[in-house]
Design a protein around this ligand. Structure first.
Ligand SMILES: NC(=O)c1ccc[n+]([C@@H]2O[C@H](COP(=O)([O-])OP(=O)(O)OC[C@H]3O[C@@H](n4cnc5c(N)ncnc54)[C@H](O)[C@@H]3O)[C@@H](O)[C@H]2O)c1
Length: 442
């Protein structure tokens, strides 16, 4: 019997505009990458929507289509791009500054990238202190509500100019200073009053999220900011039937953690401690050198192990482990980050063992395919009439936003199963339980 969700999914035909607040390392690597793939210069490695397959039905049926052939996702040919930044650099210059991709590769698509110029940003230096240079490409409207309305006009102008039929927004801006929920975040009326009165607890990223949701445009948060994770935003998302997702792209060290920790737990191996340290030298690293921005990142990175290992359920294995995360800004490295993990585990009869990881990764190379996938899946979710928090996209985030009363799922493999089962469900295919009892239960 099929578990089909009885809903029609609107077609992906027409152009999809992907808008990114922040035209920095991640977003320019994403945009340049999509163009390079479209031109046949490179392959979309790391993107589940472009390279992933999905098994349908029993193993004997041998039905394993590409995900993009199974669900109606916007094609790369139909994507167009825009963004906002406090710097005036166009996408080519910003990508060259970020120095993630080779200059030769960028030069092959230079005119395309030069055409993408940043719209003026909604910005408040109190939330991002360590940006250096000419940060004058900002909106100067009087209230935050005026700025939100200016952003909504940006959406319309972009859609007219690029002939975009639909939009999605993916926050690729800097990590903002740590914020906790305040009364202004608790319901939509209070939040809108706060926008009109320039409430200091409304961060710029929230203004973008508000503008997007108000227009019914899906909003994904790639940074650890509070941005779209509070009741007022949820109320607005419900009201306008809009999907939201986030937060903080799962790349690098945290990706490794959510691959390894489920393995330790699956085999009932204990953990005494996990010490993680990083060096990175890109602008993201520079911004995270400010303790208030680092706090936001730290909270996002630390939650992962507790949720995966469930110390309350396994006190003998995980009741008392020490977990530390450090990020050090080290300019010579640029985007080529290095992350070290020392993991103290224990096995049979409590005998200790150690694992050392030295991950020489490239942050933005790992993040760019995530931007593509969350943009395409959020657009798909909107066309499938899904609204509010899209937990099935937790796969992509360090600190997945989740429904109240539930804990976030961090285990990469459960997240993957949930994502694929959601696609099967939406397309009217049987969910896969991996039971297979018919082969030995007579
Ligand atoms: N690279 C990764 O692997 C990774 C992983 C998880 C999360 N992130 C997060 O993604 C975000 C982007 O990372 P990045 O490496 O591209 O950083 P980046 O510093 O290269 O780019 C961020 C850009 O955002 C701009 N910006 C800041 N505030 C803005 C605002 N209010 N409006 C418009 N633009 C604004 C900055 O000027 C900068 O150009 C960061 O928050 C980072 O923490 C990155």
């Amino acid at each position: 019997m099929s578990d089909q969700k009885n809903k029609k999914i609107a077609s992906s035909s027409g152009r999809l505009g992907v808008l990114t607040p922040g035209l920095g390392a991640v977003s320019t690597t994403f945009i340049a990458g999509v163009e390079a793939v479209r031109k046949g210069i490179a392959k979309p490695i790391g993107s589940l929507t472009q390279m992933g397959t999905i098994r349908l039905g029993k193993r004997t049926e041998d039905r394993v289509p590409l995900i993009k052939d199974f669900v109606d996702l916007a094609s790369l040919e139909n994507l167009c791009f825009g963004g906002w930044d406090v710097f005036h650099d166009d996408c080519y210059k910003a990508a060259a500054n970020a120095a993630v991709l080779d200059r030769n590769q960028l030069d092959e698509i230079r005119p395309f990238l030069e055409n993408i110029k940043p719209m003026s940003a909604v910005f408040d230096p109190r939330y991002v202190k360590l940006l250096k240079g000419d940060t004058s490409n900002v909106k100067t409207d009087k209230t935050l509500m005026d700025k939100a309305e200016a952003l909504m006009r940006d959406f319309d102008n972009f859609a007219d100019r690029e002939k975009a039929d639909r939009l999605v927004v993916v926050w690729c801006g800097s990590t903002e200073a740590y914020l906790e929920q305040k009364p202004v975040h608790q319901d939509l009326a209070s939040f809108e009053k706060g926008l009109r009165e320039n409430d200091p607890h409304i961060a710029p990223s929230m203004v973008y999220a508000y503008a997007a949701l108000k227009k019914g445009v899906p909003f994904c948060n790639g940074a650890p900011n509070l941005t779209n994770e509070f009741p007022a935003m949820l109320e607005l998302a419900e009201k306008t039937n809009t999907p939201i997702t986030g937060k903080d792209f799962k790349t690098g060290q945290t990706l490794m953690k959510t691959i390894l920790a489920p393995g330790f737990k699956a085999r009932m191996l204990g953990l005494n401690g996990w010490f993680s340290t990083n060096i990175l030298g890109n602008r993201d690293g520079e911004v995270l050198d400010d303790p208030e921005s680092f706090k936001t990142k730290e909270v996002s990175k630390l939650g992962v192990l507790d949720y995966i290992l469930q110390p309350d359920k396994y006190p003998d294995l995980y009741g008392d482990f020490y977990h530390k995360v450090r990020i050090n800004y080290y300019p010579p490295r640029g985007d080529a980050k290095e992350g070290w993990d020392n993991i103290d585990i224990f096995g049979w009869l409590g005998y200790p063992m150690q694992i050392k990881i030295d991950f020489l990764c490239r942050d933005s190379i790992l993040a760019a395919p995530i931007v593509l996938d969350v943009a395409l899946f959020s657009d798909f979710a909107k066309r499938a009439n899904l609204k509010g928090i899209q937990e099935w996209l937790s796969f992509y985030f360090k600190s997945p936003i989740h429904a109240e009363g539930l804990y976030p799922e961090h285990d990469l493999f459960i997240q993957q199963a949930k994502l694929k089962n959601t696609l099967r469900y939406l397309m009217g295919e049987d969910l896969i339980t991996h039971l297979g009892s018919e082969y030995y239960d007579f």
